[in-house]
Write a protein that binds this ligand. Structure first.
Ligand code: GDG
Length: 491
């Protein structure tokens, strides 16, 4: 079983002669002004949740966009700052972007073109050539920062996600001593879906700068190989999962991401959680109701309206649960500068209002809307209070919310309703797997969840906990680091 310690040993031994550099759009720690002082926070994101423990174990440098309003005041003359602030274990090197650059590269190409392109959620991508020029320039800016950090020496560079598709090629051409890997946190769609992208060849050539390209599941690897095979001049080896282009090899492999199971379980058991549960019971007037929860970054891929429609359908079909079951929807709004995200927030508002209006009696209403930033303690107390959770993504690379719910279920007495279109569904086969587009099917799963006998709830949850405990984030990181080391040594 991989642990923070064994990963640390691996990193200290194998990465001894190398500099380890992570590159991502989002920084793991943001400095901002609040109430007259400077705060340092970890923004909620799957990526940060997964990589911060890894960086603490490996040390090194994390290159990222400095987006906090106190970020410039907290770096040194070389734009560097040590984190975590109370006990610095690694360095953030901040890259600065203007509002126009953020608009074209982050909101435009990354989240209004590539995100909808890769998620089959029936939201149309927008392709704008001016934004693409900005995206290209920003990728070059990140490349310059990485090359400065590593100098001419040997280094492992681990790039994150779809914001930086052009970076690997620039790095590999500029410094042959680098081993470059990239992890793609979202799905890779089939070739038919990808071919509408006007910049497809440049993106593929950029990604083939990597020595190693990782996806969550084999299905996404297959989609990528097929896309390359049918789009550009390259030799694709389907048996070895490799692409050779211009004499350079890219290995394409699955690495299912995960969470720090032990830490989440330990946090679920902290004494403060029970007090917070009590506070929530009182302030939300929860009585002895059956509680379901959803926790998501507000995104149209997460299927939040679909889940709310399923709650409506459930109450319509099972009137005996009116006044007895409540669903708490939480989560933070994100990417609100992109029109599709504003629309999804409005749609959720309307659905919650209509459903509550339809069924509410006395102080009971079926849906409690807790959107907005919540403290980790409150999120944990909500998980512990819940009898079931719904993760209803229309398409999701992995989905860490599902794994966090499993790790928090220390009473082994909760049910997970999980979309079959998440990467997590491949591992969490003891969840109640559903098609989120089918409201009746999800409504039936809610009924099955609340009526499931205790023994079956425990049996399913124990098995899922064992899976997440074994396939934890340290295993994800160790597998990638070990593979990078093997590539670095010519293997
Ligand atoms: C991408 C891929 C892949 C969410 N709302 C709040 C909050 N969160 C935390 C969750 C979880 C994280 O954010 C979300 O992670 P997910 O994996 O569920 O989703 P994405 O952000 O879309 O992540 C995804 C992931 O990358 C990693 O590769 O799994 O498929 O889309 O940790 O707990 N945390 C707090 N308040 C919130 O309101 N405190």
């Amino acid at each position: 079983m991989w642990t923070r310690e064994s990963l640390h040993e691996l990193a200290a031994g194998e990465l001894r002669d190398y500099h380890f550099v992570v590159v991502s759009n989002r920084e793991p720690y943001i400095h901002s002004h609040a109430l007259g002082t400077i705060h340092c926070d970890m923004p909620p994101s799957g990526l940060t949740a997964a990589l911060d423990p890894v960086m603490r174990a490996c040390g090194g440098t994390w290159v990222a966009h400095g987006s906090g309003n106190a970020d410039r005041e907290t770096v040194d003359a070389n734009d560097r700052v040590g984190v975590p602030p109370e006990d610095p274990r690694y360095t953030i090197r901040r890259v600065w972007l203007s509002k126009e650059e953020e608009d074209g590269y982050y909101y435009g190409v990354s989240n209004d073109a590539l995100w909808p392109l890769c998620h089959i959620a029936y939201t149309r991508p927008t392709f704008n050539d001016d934004e693409w020029k900005v995206y290209r320039a920003v990728n070059e800016r990140f490349a310059r920062a990485v090359l400065q950090e590593v100098g001419g020496g040997q280094a492992f560079v681990f790039v994150q996600d779809y914001h930086l598709t052009l970076l690997p090629r620039i790095l590999r051409e500029a410094n042959p001593n680098l081993v470059v890997a990239q992890f793609w946190h979202i799905p890779w769609p089939n070739r038919e879906a990808f071919r509408v992208c006007p910049w497809q060849n440049e993106i593929l050539e950029g990604l083939l700068g990597n020595h190693l390209l990782g996806f969550h599941i084999r299905y996404h690897c297959n989609n990528f190989l097929e896309t390359v095979d049918r789009s550009i001049e390259a030799r694709v080896d389907y048996d070895r999962y490799e692409v050779i282009r211009g004499g350079k090899k890219t290995e394409v492999k699955p690495f299912p991401i995960s969470i720090d199971f032990e830490e989440v379980s330990a946090r679920a058991r902290e004494p403060g959680v029970e007090a917070e549960m009590e506070r929530l019971r009182k302030s939300l007037e929860l009585d002895d109701w059956i509680i379901g929860m959803g926790l998501d970054r507000i995104d149209y891929t997460k299927g939040i309206p679909d889940r709310l429609r399923a709650i409506d359908r459930f109450l319509e079909r099972n009137p005996e649960y009116r006044g007895r079951l409540v669903f708490i929807q939480t989560g933070v709004p994100s990417r609100v500068h992109v029109p599709a995200y504003r629309r999804i927030n409005d749609e959720i508002d309307t659905l919650i209002e209509e459903t509550n209006w339809k069924y509410e009696t006395g102080h009971w209403r079926p849906i409690i809307d807790l959107r907005g930033p919540l403290s980790p303690l409150t999120v944990m107390a909500l998980r512990r209070l819940s009898h079931f959770a719904i993760v209803s993504s229309l398409h999701d690379g992995m989905n860490l919310v599902a794994k966090e719910f499993v790790a928090s279920s220390v009473d082994e007495d909760k049910v997970l309703i999980l979309s079959e279109f998440t990467g997590a569904a491949r591992e969490l086969t003891d969840a109640l797997l559903v098609n989120p587009y089918a409201a009746d099917e999800v409504a039936e799963a809610i009924k099955a969840a609340v009526e499931m006998p205790l023994e079956e709830r425990q049996r399913r949850m124990r098995r899922m906990r064992a899976v997440v405990q074994e396939n934890n984030v340290y295993k994800w990181a160790a597998d990638i680091v070990a593979k990078m080391v093997k590539i670095g040594s010519g293997g």
